[in-house]
Design a protein around this ligand. Sequence first.
Ligand code: AMP
Ligand code: MG
Length: 322
Amino acid sequence: MSTGSPRVLPADRGIAEAAAVLRAGGLVAFPTETVYGLGANALDAEAAARIFAAKARPSFDPLISHLADAADLPGLVGPVPPAVAALAERFWPGPLTLIVDRPAAIPPIVTSGLDTMAVRVPDEPSARALIAAAGVPVAAPSANRFGQLSPTRAEHVVAGLGDAVEVVLDGGPTRCGIESTIVDARGARPVVLRLGALPVEALIEAVGPVEVRQGSSGQPVAPGTLAAHYAPRTPLRLGAADGDGGRRGFLAFRERPAAGDWAAVEVLSREGDLTVAAARLFDALHRLDAAGVTEIVAEPVPEVGVGRAINDRLRRAAATWH
Ligand code: AMP
Ligand code: MG
């Protein structure tokens, strides 16, 4: 869809043009108070697919949808649990992303197949004006290629994404510089899925105790991407293919186990291409799950680039069953 370099327009004066690009299914990078977002019409599956392609983002990493105004939420998703509504009321517009049930209007590609969606109202006038002018919710992850630093200036976006984006709105450096805090407040106790620009202390002050979910690495985990229905039914453990396979299945990165008789083996990428491996991950796990094995042993992939996300998802799958 894009040809040549992106058009870089001042955020205040480029809104109408950028909104037209969004309505036509194209990609627009725009400033929010956290980082620059790479936006597409969240109601348009093809437009959302362009985000994944432009970022080289694995399809299992769901997008956050952005609204112009908190008052637009019920119109999109219907009634929300009181705690979710209270947080929206208290912190929107602002760097707080809330988890709600995915409405039928939002195509599954936006949520990576999850039946929930992440949504927020950015606290940046030009972003809200853009979304309002487009007249649709705008799905927007950070406007960087997957695995790289989040952009806090329009120049970062141009350098990182080049002509993968049609229009870049330049609003200068972003205010927060880190991503939104993600909270699932649908249950009894709110769960912080990703630490971010809204401090946990502010949440606690507003709603009382919260649970903070963090990865074993000490880094905040990328949440939500392996909901229980996406994890295999079969217990999964991270490890090497040592010993006899027996009735177990093996998820290999690039090579079949040299020894041991395994009931089922899936190889993610013979070339050792992590992007290919990421694209095949859930497909391979579905097949292993369907193979009737007693356990899936999954070999960690190199902890680099998309590999970090693959290992993160494998760790989640393992954590689900241990
Ligand atoms: P970013 O690329 O910085 O915009 O991050 C978006 C992140 O939001 C994803 O990687 C997920 O961690 C999180 N997210 C999006 N949708 C959901 C959801 N439905 N449930 C939980 N987390 C979500
Ligand atoms: Mg990001």
